[in-house]
Design a protein around this ligand. Structure first.
Ligand SMILES: Cc1cc2nc3c(=O)[nH]c(=O)nc-3n(C[C@H](O)[C@H](O)[C@H](O)COP(=O)(O)O)c2cc1C
Length: 324
């Protein structure tokens, strides 16, 4: 089975789905840095895909180098999920993930995302429906619960009975959104109660926190820290899979990968729009390189050349300040 992600090296290290960030260019950067990472797409609307299957040409343009890639879908209509899941499998997705954790108002208002934690029957119907039409693993990404974590284990048991293959839990409730610290205690309890793999998510920032938080789980999923410094994923994989501690890679040693990333991003669409999209990543590089003087320029780039010039300036200044 193509890219069957459950066969990835253990414990599994996953790049979290992040709307607006984990597009094809960023995912390719991650694969270049650490090929053992399991990738997720950003959440894709099952209903839009069912209405306009042509969207899959753009949204699910999957090549071997992008594997294993799990396609994440959101929505609430079982027949739309089935159509979208088939499209994803036909295009080579390594798995289908159902979003049951997004807390955004516009998502929850439509009974999508986190709202499915309050509609367990529908959540199970969606899992069973997708399972009935694809041969690849079907997973769910969710949160601890709506306001508390009391229902997490019963929720997981029902999803497992509906045929679920794996579950990822972000250690915050819907009510918390992104406030406070992620609490993984209930995720460990969920793992103890289920037979399927369970992954923990929330506030893993480096190899040390990944080691501390893994507990009895099958792997960790990392989001924001990977955007701030994609090399965190390599350090976490080396630590969890190989038991090796890698030193943190300085920005100066990352520049070749950033040039590749910028080029891939600009190739993805209209060059000036893509260069604008790159700004938010460039700001992270500039911060990592401690070149705050380049921050303003980073927020104004409109071409690949301008991006590459900023990267060159980081390189030149590091060469000047390097010890002799
Ligand atoms: C900008 C942004 C976009 C996100 N988009 C998605 C998404 O499309 N699907 C999803 O399941 N979670 C999404 N999330 C949640 C992350 O996948 C993850 O659960 C959360 O950031 C906590 O993990 P972290 O502390 O490692 O960042 C998003 C988070 C952020 C910050």
């Amino acid at each position: 089975m193509t890219g069957h992600w459950t066969h990835s090296p253990k414990p599994i290290v996953i790049l979290a789905p992040m709307d607006g960030y984990t597009d094809r260019a960023f995912r390719r950067l991650v694969k270049r840095i650490e090929p053992r990472i399991v990738l997720f797409t950003e959440f894709l609307s099952a209903t839009e895909l069912a209405k306009k299957p042509k969207l899959a040409d753009d949204w699910m343009d999957i090549e071997t180098q992008d594997q294993p890639l799990v396609v994440q879908l959101y929505g609430k209509d079982a027949s739309d999920f089935k159509v979208a899941a088939r499209l994803a499998e036909d295009r080579g997705a390594a798995g289908i993930d159902l979003n049951m954790g997004c807390p955004a108002r516009r998502i929850v208002a439509h009974q999508h995302g986190s709202a499915l934690m309050k509609n367990i029957d529908l959540a199970c119907e969606l899992v069973a429906g997708v399972k009935s039409v694809v041969n690849i693993p079907v997973s769910v990404k969710t949160r601890l619960g709506w306001e508390h974590a009391d229902d997490l284990v019963p929720f997981g048991l029902k999803l497992e009975a509906a045929g679920l293959d794996a579950m990822t839990v972000h250690g915050r409730t819907y009510a918390q959104k992104f406030s406070g610290n992620a609490d993984w205690t209930e995720i460990y309890e969920l793992k103890a109660a289920l037979r399927i793999p369970v992954f923990g998510n929330g506030d893993v920032v480096d190899a040390t926190s990944a080691q501390a938080m893994l507990g009895n789980l099958n792997g960790v999923m990392i989001g924001r820290a990977a955007v701030s410094d994609p090399y965190v994923l390599r350090a976490v994989a080396a630590s969890l899979i190989d038991n090796i501690q890698l030193p943190q890679l300085q920005a100066i040693d990352q520049l070749g990968d950033w040039r590749y990333f910028a080029t891939e991003m600009v190739r993805m669409g209209t060059p000036d729009a893509m260069a604008r999209r790159f700004r938010k990543f460039l700001i992270h590089l500039v911060t990592l390189a401690n070149r705050l003087d380049l921050r303003r320029d980073s927020t104004q780039v409109t071409s690949l050349n301008q991006i590459l010039t900023i990267i060159d300036r980081i390189e030149e200044s590091s060469a000047v300040s390097a010890p002799v």
